[in-house]
Design a protein around this ligand. Structure first.
Ligand code: IVH
Length: 370
């Protein structure tokens, strides 16, 4: 067996060994990314690993390790910060990479809802760029900002209120009528320009540069001294409501309008699509705009617009059934293999590891490949 052997070519014992290996790797890469803000592999390699994991679980559900890190959302909050429990869990999104996978997502939702052909054709979406930053939950009581929390493990996050108070984009008071209690979700990011300036400044004082804007944003927000965060020009886009004590609009597009009216920055490229058939054209449009944007994006998020349908669809594991992330294809790079070793896993599986001339792939310096 190699790490490329298809699941259908393995027996149950081999599948179990492979699932254990994949789960261990996913756990290790989660910690590097979420706890240390220092990814070990490119997003594409990570996504490929998860895809392989899911393919094995689909064929051998009984071989899945208990408490698999593959079901985790993010990582345990760092104990250096105060912890806060989200009123509604902060989950992740399933990924698709092409039109066929996107259609499979639509078909699953349509089947779950039992929609007719006409209803399916009229199913509207909101499409938004997928911002490559870190997610944040913002709590307002009677329109006043009281707390901001990172996603953490999805249930409990790190309290980064003091750091968020240094943001120029974050409304401290909501404009107009506001609910008694609301949790607003969004993404914190650092623009490409500020990322380059920050890295130049880091290098000038002999510090290690950040791998990419996402890591720089995470490292800048998760600071114990808010004065450090204050010197980093972080930005924010709001894109969802987690919890709200009052009645909200009946569509996601109306939510976004409400978020704007309250004073939040909402991504200007977000668009309501009247049917799933326009998803691919919008994806291509965003892909063309990507290089010219001042911030990093890694795909397009599609959300069923009708909130009643969202509620009926609910969640499956760590992701909603009513939204999906259509990700950009993996970035590629050319480098030289310096040497190859064979690694022996805990289960005896052999994995060849290539040591490479380090090369930047999608913002991560890659020095080894399996
Ligand atoms: S909606 C229930 N919208 O992508 C999940 N997420 O890979 C609701 N992200 O955890 C998330 N841009 O940190 C949503 N426009 C957008 C987003 C977005 C970036 C992040 C978010 C999420 C991750 C999932």
């Amino acid at each position: 067996m190699t790490e490329h052997t298809a699941p259908q070519n393995l027996d149950a014992a081999q599948a179990k060994a492979e699932l254990t290996r994949l789960a261990d790797l996913i756990g290790r890469y989660n910690t590097a990314y979420y706890t240390h803000d220092a990814p070990e592999v490119s997003d594409a390699e990570y996504d490929a690993l998860r895809k392989r994991y899911d393919a094995f679980v689909a064929l051998y559900p009984e071989a899945e390790p208990a408490e698999s890190p593959a079901h985790a959302v993010g990582a345990t909050p760092d104990s250096a910060f105060g912890k806060h429990r989200h009123l509604v869990p902060m989950l992740s999104l399933d990924n698709v990479f092409d039109q066929t996978e996107f259609e499979a997502f639509i078909n699953r939702a349509v089947r779950f809802l039992g929609l007719s052909d006409t209803q399916t054709q009229e199913l509207a979406f909101v499409a938004e760029p997928k911002i490559d930053g870190l997610s944040i939950s913002l709590t307002y009581e009677h329109g006043k900002f009281v707390r901001g929390t990172t996603r953490g493990d999805g249930t409990e996050g790190e309290d980064v209120t003091a750091n968020l108070l240094t943001f120029k984009d974050l409304p401290q008071t909501l404009n107009g009528p506001a609910p008694e209690l609301i949790e607003i979700r969004g993404e914190v990011f650092l623009s490409k320009e500020h990322f380059l300036a920050l890295n130049a400044a880091q290098e000038a004082i002999g510090r290690k540069p950040f791998a990419n804007p996402r890591n720089a944003a995470a490292g800048s927000l998760r600071q114990l001294d808010a004065r450090v965060t204050a010197r980093r020009p972080l930005s924010l886009f709001a894109y969802a409501v987690g919890f709200c004590s009052d009645k909200l609009p009946s569509s996601h597009s109306a939510y976004l309008e409400q978020l704007k009216a309250w004073g939040f920055p909402v991504n200007p490229l977000s668009r309501t699509l009247e049917a799933a058939s326009s998803a691919e054209a919008f994806f291509e449009e965003v892909a063309r705009a990507r290089a010219g944007l001042s911030y990093d994006i890694d795909g397009v998020v599609y959300k069923i617009n009708d909130l009643t349908l969202q509620e009926r669809l609910g969640f499956a594991g760590r992701a909603p059934r009513w939204a999906v992330a259509w990700k950009f294809p993996a970035e590629q790079a050319i480098t030289t293999v310096k040497s190859i070793d064979i690694q022996v896993g805990r289960t005896g599986a052999l994995t060849p590891v290539a040591h490479l001339e380090p090369v930047n792939v999608g913002g991560v310096l890659v020095a080894r490949a399996t």
